[in-house]
Design a protein. Structure first.
Length: 107
Protein backbone atom coordinates (compact mmCIF):
# COMPACT_ATOMS: atom_id res chain seq x y z
CA UNK A 1 0.00 0.00 0.00
CA UNK A 2 2.76 2.40 0.92
CA UNK A 3 4.58 1.88 -2.39
CA UNK A 4 1.39 2.39 -4.38
CA UNK A 5 0.61 5.55 -2.42
CA UNK A 6 4.11 6.88 -2.99
CA UNK A 7 3.85 6.15 -6.72
CA UNK A 8 0.53 7.99 -6.97
CA UNK A 9 1.90 11.06 -5.20
CA UNK A 10 5.11 11.07 -7.26
CA UNK A 11 3.20 10.75 -10.55
CA UNK A 12 1.08 13.71 -9.48
CA UNK A 13 4.20 15.79 -8.69
CA UNK A 14 6.00 15.32 -12.03
CA UNK A 15 4.37 18.27 -13.83
CA UNK A 16 5.36 20.55 -10.96
CA UNK A 17 9.07 19.81 -11.32
CA UNK A 18 10.41 23.08 -12.73
CA UNK A 19 14.07 22.18 -13.03
CA UNK A 20 16.14 19.16 -13.94
CA UNK A 21 17.17 18.84 -10.28
CA UNK A 22 13.54 18.73 -9.11
CA UNK A 23 12.65 16.15 -11.77
CA UNK A 24 15.56 13.94 -10.75
CA UNK A 25 14.39 14.15 -7.12
CA UNK A 26 10.95 12.95 -8.23
CA UNK A 27 11.92 10.40 -10.89
CA UNK A 28 14.56 8.43 -8.97
CA UNK A 29 12.23 7.45 -6.11
CA UNK A 30 9.44 6.86 -8.62
CA UNK A 31 11.65 4.39 -10.48
CA UNK A 32 12.39 2.47 -7.29
CA UNK A 33 8.73 2.44 -6.25
CA UNK A 34 7.41 1.34 -9.65
CA UNK A 35 9.96 -1.45 -10.02
CA UNK A 36 9.26 -2.66 -6.49
CA UNK A 37 5.48 -2.86 -6.83
CA UNK A 38 5.59 -5.50 -9.58
CA UNK A 39 7.55 -7.94 -7.45
CA UNK A 40 5.24 -7.39 -4.50
CA UNK A 41 2.15 -8.07 -6.60
CA UNK A 42 3.69 -11.23 -8.07
CA UNK A 43 4.63 -12.49 -4.61
CA UNK A 44 1.10 -11.79 -3.38
CA UNK A 45 -0.43 -13.70 -6.30
CA UNK A 46 1.90 -16.63 -5.58
CA UNK A 47 0.97 -16.58 -1.90
CA UNK A 48 -2.81 -16.55 -2.28
CA UNK A 49 -3.11 -19.11 -5.07
CA UNK A 50 -2.91 -22.88 -4.91
CA UNK A 51 -0.36 -24.89 -6.88
CA UNK A 52 -3.12 -26.20 -9.13
CA UNK A 53 -4.26 -22.81 -10.41
CA UNK A 54 -1.14 -20.65 -9.94
CA UNK A 55 -0.14 -20.89 -13.63
CA UNK A 56 -3.61 -19.83 -14.74
CA UNK A 57 -3.74 -16.89 -12.31
CA UNK A 58 -0.27 -15.68 -13.33
CA UNK A 59 -1.31 -15.92 -16.98
CA UNK A 60 -4.43 -13.86 -16.34
CA UNK A 61 -2.46 -11.36 -14.26
CA UNK A 62 0.22 -10.77 -16.89
CA UNK A 63 -2.31 -10.68 -19.74
CA UNK A 64 -4.40 -8.06 -17.99
CA UNK A 65 -1.40 -6.08 -16.74
CA UNK A 66 0.19 -5.75 -20.16
CA UNK A 67 -3.13 -5.25 -22.00
CA UNK A 68 -4.33 -2.53 -19.67
CA UNK A 69 -0.83 -1.05 -19.53
CA UNK A 70 -0.78 -0.75 -23.32
CA UNK A 71 -4.22 0.85 -23.40
CA UNK A 72 -3.28 3.21 -20.58
CA UNK A 73 -0.29 4.46 -22.60
CA UNK A 74 -2.64 5.42 -25.43
CA UNK A 75 -4.94 7.25 -23.00
CA UNK A 76 -1.98 9.05 -21.41
CA UNK A 77 -0.69 10.10 -24.84
CA UNK A 78 -4.08 11.40 -25.90
CA UNK A 79 -4.55 13.37 -22.68
CA UNK A 80 -1.03 14.83 -22.85
CA UNK A 81 -1.46 15.84 -26.51
CA UNK A 82 -4.94 17.27 -26.04
CA UNK A 83 -4.77 18.85 -22.60
CA UNK A 84 -1.12 18.98 -21.55
CA UNK A 85 1.23 16.88 -19.48
CA UNK A 86 -0.23 18.00 -16.16
CA UNK A 87 -3.57 16.37 -17.03
CA UNK A 88 -1.79 13.30 -18.43
CA UNK A 89 0.24 12.70 -15.28
CA UNK A 90 -2.80 13.45 -13.14
CA UNK A 91 -4.51 10.60 -15.00
CA UNK A 92 -1.65 8.25 -14.06
CA UNK A 93 -1.91 9.39 -10.43
CA UNK A 94 -5.67 8.76 -10.51
CA UNK A 95 -5.12 5.24 -11.86
CA UNK A 96 -2.58 4.63 -9.08
CA UNK A 97 -5.00 5.89 -6.41
CA UNK A 98 -7.76 3.66 -7.80
CA UNK A 99 -5.34 0.72 -7.49
CA UNK A 100 -4.90 1.58 -3.83
CA UNK A 101 -8.67 1.57 -3.31
CA UNK A 102 -8.98 -1.78 -5.09
CA UNK A 103 -6.16 -3.21 -2.97
CA UNK A 104 -8.13 -2.54 0.22
CA UNK A 105 -10.71 -5.08 -0.93
CA UNK A 106 -8.12 -7.87 -1.35
CA UNK A 107 -7.80 -10.59 1.25
Amino acid sequence: MLAMSAAAVLWFLIPYGRSNYQLVLILIPLGFVCQGVGGIIQAFVGEVTTKENRDLVYGIYFTLAYSVGSLSSVILGYLADSFGFQIGFSYVALVSFSGIIAAYFLK
